[in-house]
Design a protein around this ligand. Structure first.
Ligand SMILES: *Cc1c(COP(=O)(O)O)cnc(C)c1O
Length: 443
C-alpha cells in the first residue's frame, strides 16, 4: 500500500490527525466523499472562475457530484484539463448540452424489466440491479438518469422480488449483479444475496460488475474475499478506462481478487479525450493482463443524456480494434460492442477481414494487409448429422436445449425452421403489402 504525500495532504484536510489506516478504510472514504465544487477546490488547489463555477453548480444540481478521496488523489493537478481521471470524476458544463438523439433510458432497461431490479434481455441470463449506490458518480454513467436518486440499500424484501423471478425462470443460468455497485452493499447483505442466488438449482454462474477496484480499492477486504470465496463459480468484471487508473492500490485489490481465484474481466467505455487513442488502449489492455484481468468489452458510449461530449464516431472504435487484433495477444483484446438503443442488446463490431467469397473460396486479409485465400471443401456432407434434431440419436444430453428454442439468426441457420427471413414487425414494405391485399379483397 502506497500512501503518497498528496494523499496524506488530502486526508489531513478532510480529517485532521487521521492516519493511513483511516485512508485505507473504505468506510472512511465514503464518509468523506467530495460532493461540492468548494470541497473540490479546497482539496486539490484547483480554482475555477466565477462563471465556470456557476455553470458547474448548475450541472451538479442536475447530475450530482461524488468523488472518493482516493480517486481524487489520482488527478494530475498540473494538467487537470487533459487528465482522464479528472474528466471521469469531475464533469463539465458540457453535460447540460443535450443532443436530440439522446434518451434518458437508451437501452430500454426499464421496459425490459419484468420485476423491479431485473432486466431480462437475453435468453439465458439476467441483469440484477442490487444496489443503487455508487462510491463515485462516473460522469459517463449510462444510467445517468438514476444517478443521484436517493442512495439507499435495498431491503431484503425488495431483493426477494428479483430472486423470486430468477427462481421462477428456469432458463436463467447466469445472473449478473450490477447496480449501482453491488460492492456498496454491506458484507452481510452480499453474503445473503449470493447464498440465495446460488441456492437456485438452475443458476450455474453468478457475475458481479463493479467499479470498486478502480474508485475505492480499499473496499476489497479480506472479509469480503472470504465471503465471495464461498460462491464460486463467481466471475468479476471491473471497469478500468485508462492505464493511469491502475495505481498501486488498485493493483493490490486486483491481486487479492485474482489470488482468491475469481476470473477477472474488464469492461471499458470508449470516451472522447479520455481513451480514444490506439496507444492509450494498447497500454491499458497490457496493464490489465499484467494484472490478470482479461479485457472483456470495449463499449461504444451510449446515447444517454448528457454524454454527447464523451461520444466518438464508431470509426474510432474500429480503428482501436484494428490496432489490437493481430498486433497484440489475443487475450488482451476486448470485443468492441454497441449496446443497441431500444434494448436490442450488445452488438459486436469489428474491422472486416473477409474481403470476398465465392462458393468454394474465401479471400481474407490479415492485420498486416496480406491478402490470402482459404479454399473451402468442394462438398460438405454432414456424416454425423441427419439434420433431424428432434430425433437425434447421438447421445448429446442437451436436455432443454433443443433446436426449436433457437432465436434470431441462429434460427435462420437451423434446418428445422422454414422461414427464410426475419422482418421487423412494422416493416413498411410489408405493411403496404397487407394494405394492398386488403384492398384487393375489398374490391
Ligand atoms: C450486458 C448485459 C448482459 C450480459 O451480457 P453478456 O454479453 O453475456 O456479458 C445481460 N443482460 C443485460 C440487460 C445486459 O445489458
Amino acid at each position: 500500500m502506497i500512501y503518497t504525500s498528496n494523499q496524506e495532504k488530502i486526508a489531513q484536510k478532510l480529517d485532521k490527525g487521521s492516519e493511513i489506516s483511516s485512508w485505507k478504510d473504505w468506510k472512511w472514504q465514503l464518509k468523506h466523499l467530495v460532493r461540492t465544487v468548494e470541497q473540490f477546490e479546497n482539496l486539490t488547489g484547483i480554482k475555477f472562475d466565477e462563471e465556470e463555477k456557476h455553470g458547474l453548480e448548475e450541472t451538479f444540481s442536475k447530475f450530482p457530484l461524488s468523488i472518493t478521496p482516493y480517486y481524487l488523489s489520482l488527478i494530475n493537478k498540473k494538467n487537470y484539463r487533459n487528465d482522464p481521471v479528472f474528466k471521469q470524476a469531475f464533469g463539465s458544463v458540457h453535460e447540460l448540452q443535450t443532443d436530440a438523439s439522446e434518451l434518458s433510458d437508451p437501452l430500454s432497461e426499464d421496459q425490459d424489466s419484468p420485476v423491479e431490479g431485473i432486466t431480462h434481455r437475453y435468453p439465458d441470463r439476467v441483469l440484477f440491479h442490487v444496489s443503487n449506490i455508487c462510491a463515485m458518480y462516473c460522469r459517463h454513467c449510462t444510467r445517468k438518469r438514476k444517478v443521484g436518486d436517493v442512495d439507499y440499500v435495498p431491503s431484503k424484501d425488495q431483493l426477494r422480488k428479483g430472486i423470486e423471478y430468477i427462481k421462477n425462470t428456469p432458463q436463467v443460468r447466469d445472473v449478473l449483479l450490477s447496480g449501482g455497485d453491488p460492492f456498496m452493499l454491506p458484507d452481510s447483505m452480499i453474503d445473503w444475496l449470493l447464498s440465495e442466488i446460488q441456492a437456485i438449482p438452475h443458476v450455474e454462474v453468478i457475475r458481479i460488475g463493479t467499479r470498486v477496484p478502480v474508485v475505492l480499492p480499499y473496499r476489497i477486504t479480506d472479509d469480503l474475499i472470504a465471503i465471495l470465496k464461498k460462491y464460486q463459480p463467481l466471475w468479476i468484471n471491473t471497469h478500468f478506462n485508462h492505464p493511469r487508473e491502475l495505481s498501486a492500490s488498485a493493483s493490490e485489490a486486483i491481486t487479492m481478487l485474482a489470488d482468491a481465484g475469481f476470473p477477472l474481466g474488464n469492461q471499458s467505455v470508449l470516451l472522447a479525450d479520455v481513451n480514444d487513442c490506439p496507444r492509450i488502449m494498447k497500454s491499458l489492455v497490457h496493464k490489465l493482463v499484467k494484472n490478470r484481468i482479461r479485457p472483456y468489452y470495449l463499449y461504444q458510449c451510449d446515447l444517454s443524456e448528457g454524454l454527447a461530449h464523451f461520444r466518438t464516431p464508431i470509426g474510432k472504435g474500429i480503428e482501436i480494434m484494428e490496432s489490437l487484433i493481430g498486433h497484440t495477444s489475443g487475450f488482451a483484446r476486448p470485443t468492441y460492442v454497441i449496446d443497441a438503443p431500444g434494448g436490442g442488446g450488445k452488438i459486436p463490431v469489428m474491422p472486416n477481414y473477409i474481403i470476398s467469397w465465392s462458393t468454394n473460396k474465401v479471400v481474407l486479409r490479415n492485420y498486416e494487409g496480406v491478402i490470402t485465400t482459404y479454399k473451402e471443401p468442394d462438398s460438405y456432407e454432414r456424416r454425423m448429422c441427419d439434420r433431424n434434431c428432434n430425433n437425434c440419436d447421438l447421445e448429446l444430453d442437451l436436455r432443454e436445449a433443443d433446436e426449436s428454442d433457437s432465436i434470431g439468426i441462429e434460427k435462420l441457420l437451423s434446418d428445422s425452421y422454414d422461414n427464410i427471413s426475419l422482418v421487423p414487425e412494422d416493416n413498411e414494405r410489408l405493411l403496404r403489402r397487407n394494405e394492398e391485399e386488403d384492398e384487393e379483397k375489398g374490391a
